[in-house]
Every structure is written in C-alpha cells, then in structure tokens.
Design a protein around this ligand. Sequence first.
Ligand code: NAD
Length: 428
Amino acid sequence: MAETTNAFEMAQRQFDHVAELLKLDPQVREILRWPLREFHFRIPVRMDDGTIKVFQGFRVQHNDARGPSKGGIRFHPAETIDTVRALATWMTWKCAVVDIPLGGGKGGVVVDPATLSTSEKERLARGWVQQMWKNIGPRQDVPAPDVGTTPQMMGWMMDEYSKLVGEYTPGVITGKPVGGGGSLGRTEATGFGVIYTVREAMKHLKMDPTQCLAAIQGFGNVAQYAAIGFTELLGGKVVCVSYWDREDRTPYTVSKADGIDPRFLMSITDQYGTIDKNKAREAGYAIEPADAWLSKEVDVLIPAALEGQINAESVHKISPRVKIIAEGANGPTTPEADEVIRQRGIFLIPDFLCNAGGVTVSYFESVQNDMNFYWPKEEVLSKLDQKMTAAFEAVLELAEKEKVYMRDAAYMVAINRVVKAMELRGWI
Ligand code: NAD
C-alpha cells in the first residue's frame, strides 16, 4: 500500500485498526470514522490597503457524545479540510483519554498569518467568529489556539462572540490571555504535559532522566515548554530543536552538543517559532539541515512541529540509542513509520495522550470561567500533572494487560469511553 500522508486517512486507518482489535460494531464504526458536522465558509477581510481578500475557513465537530466539541483553530497556508477532520477526530480521542467531559472539534483558515498586519489578523479572527458564532458556544463547541494562532486572537474572538450574543461569554473559547479570561499555566500546559508523560515513561523503563538526552522538532509553543520541562523539571539535556525558517523557506536544526539553553533560544525566537539563526550561530549553536534532529544519538525524540514528519523513509534515520518517542505534535508519525517503531520496540507515547496537556488546561480554563474564580499557576500545573499521570497509567496498564502497542492501548481507552457515552445517551 502507498504511504499515507493524508492526515485524515491516517486517523481513519489508526481507528480502523483499533476498531478491529475491539471488534467494534460496524454501525458504531460508521459513526466514529467520520465527523458528525462540518462547516466550510469564506471570510472576506478588508486589508489595510483597502482591498478585500477572501479566506477559506473550516470548523469540524467530530463527536460530542461526552460534552461540547473542543479543539484549536489553525491559521496555516497549507490547511485542508482533511487536516482539520483528522485533528478534530484526534481531539475526540484526546479528551476521552485524559477523561475530560468534552468532545472533539477543530478549525482552520488557509492563511500564512505572518503575512498579515496586526489589524488584518484581528479582522480575520473576528470574521471567523462572524461565520461560526451560531454553531459555537460554551455548551456547543469551544475553540482554542493552535498552529499560527495566539492568545490575543482568542481574546478578539471571545470579544466578537460576546458582542454578537449580547453578553460576556469567556467560556466560548480558551487559550485567552491571562487577565482577559485566560488560565495561568496554559502557555506551559502542552509542553509540560509532554514532559510529565516522558517522566512516567522513564520511570517505567527505569531510565535516569539526568543522564538522558533529547532532540526536539519544532520550537513553537509546545516544543519550547517541552525543552524547558526536559531540562528544568527532569534535569536532562536537549541537544537540538528545529524550526521553519521563514526567510529561507526551509527548516533547520539548531544544535549544541552539550545542551541547548531553551530560555536563551526563546529570547531570539519570534511569535511563530522562527529562531534568529545569526544570533544562535553567534552564541555557539550549529545550524544543521532540516531533519538532523531525527538522527541525533539521544534517548528521547520529541516531534513537536507538524504532522507526517516521521515517515517510511525518515524513520530509518532514528538512532539505535532512542528509547522513547514522545509525540508532542498531532499525527507526526505515518502508519508505515509507526510499524517500524513498533517492531523496533521503541516506547511510543502517542500524540493524543502525550500532548493532551493543552486541552486539559483549556478545560480548567473553562471551569474557572464558569466559576468566575481563578486558580494560582501551581494549582493548575499540579492538577494537570495528576490528570496526565493518571491517563498515562491507565494506558500503560491496558498496554501491558492486553500486550498491545501504546498507541493501540490509548485508542482502546478513548474509544471505549466515547462508545460508552454514546450508549448512555441512547445514540447506539
Ligand atoms: P507553533 O506554531 O507555536 O510552532 C510550530 C513550530 O514548528 C515552529 O517553531 C515552526 O517553525 C516549526 N516548524 C514548522 N514546520 C517545520 C518543519 N517542517 N520542520 C521543523 N520545524 C517546523 O505550534 P505549536 O502550538 O507548538 O504546535 C506544534 C504541534 O503541536 C502541532 O502539531 C499542534 O497541532 C500540536 N499541538 C499543539 C498544542 C498547543 O497547545 N499549542 C496542543 C496539542 C497539540
């Protein structure tokens, strides 16, 4: 079979495989293989030069049996409906695996936000809400930031929704700025969540984190806090990160054999995760080709950029030293590469478990919005750690009991919970 790089085909193949293991009823499979609802819309935006530009927007609600749909909005030039469908499907499994009472959704706009001015971004963010407001809401579907979108954009979107419905409604969207209805700890949540699961995997594999090296792909929100977490929470070393260089239109790996300083690199990185390579070079970092991160001799690989990055070809570059792959990104591994990883016995922490920290704190954010009472950061991060650790343990326990791969075990836990909710609601 040809290599699958279409994210939605990947999501469906992963689901089909586990549906088979679970001997799931064909009618139930038919419900879960496809999103329940999809919205395709055009967003006309007045540009600063007075012209009107029309952007393609999407929102997909995959399944809301367990609660309102939940999932980010991406602003990306290569966004497609299939990517949004895949990400919405993974959100259903993600919310179920960490056992938060939410379903799966995702949205997107085909745009490179770096080409827009601040006021154009604001008009596009508000335009997205003007198209979707009747079908989102704290009890319907709650968007959040993702690749290419920021807390500020969530603030504008919440404001637009509140104006349209006529009342302050912070719970319509999460990932808002702190002070504007956001939760402390949301910025760190996904990256730290990745590291909590890596810590638990290391305990299971009896690895000493202080003796471990990691290589990370990406240097955006997830990768930055995964790098800080790996060095500051676990005491390990990160030898490289990678990023997409917008100037040269190519990715690079930025490395330092004795360990990068994530906070220094963050100080020379823009809001889109692009590192200033000249400043990095001046500070003694090597600038290497795009996929150098993947072949580093490290104990832990953390893909935290985009989907489909570890594929049938690149998987063979992974060093024999690698013991753990922690999928910070959504769908970074194609099914073909996944099979190689499974056969090599590398311990995989699957995406929708590994990166569930973001949606978990998003959920905490909406709980705080409902109460209009906000928790200190320590409380948020300690509740996050408890949720991530419990989810990891439940998946590991099933993987050991059923002697299945971690990805399959995570799917089994999640699918069982969604099916149970559909049964309890009388859908099936
Ligand atoms: P981001 O936009 O903040 O950062 C993306 C990073 O990846 C940037 O540094 C960019 O330069 C880099 N990049 C892009 N293309 C690359 C390439 N070909 N090679 C190397 N680097 C490349 O995005 P993010 O929020 O950190 O999200 C990263 C991944 O994690 C995505 O798959 C996203 O869906 C997933 N995710 C994000 C969150 C969250 O809370 N932000 C939660 C769960 C999952």
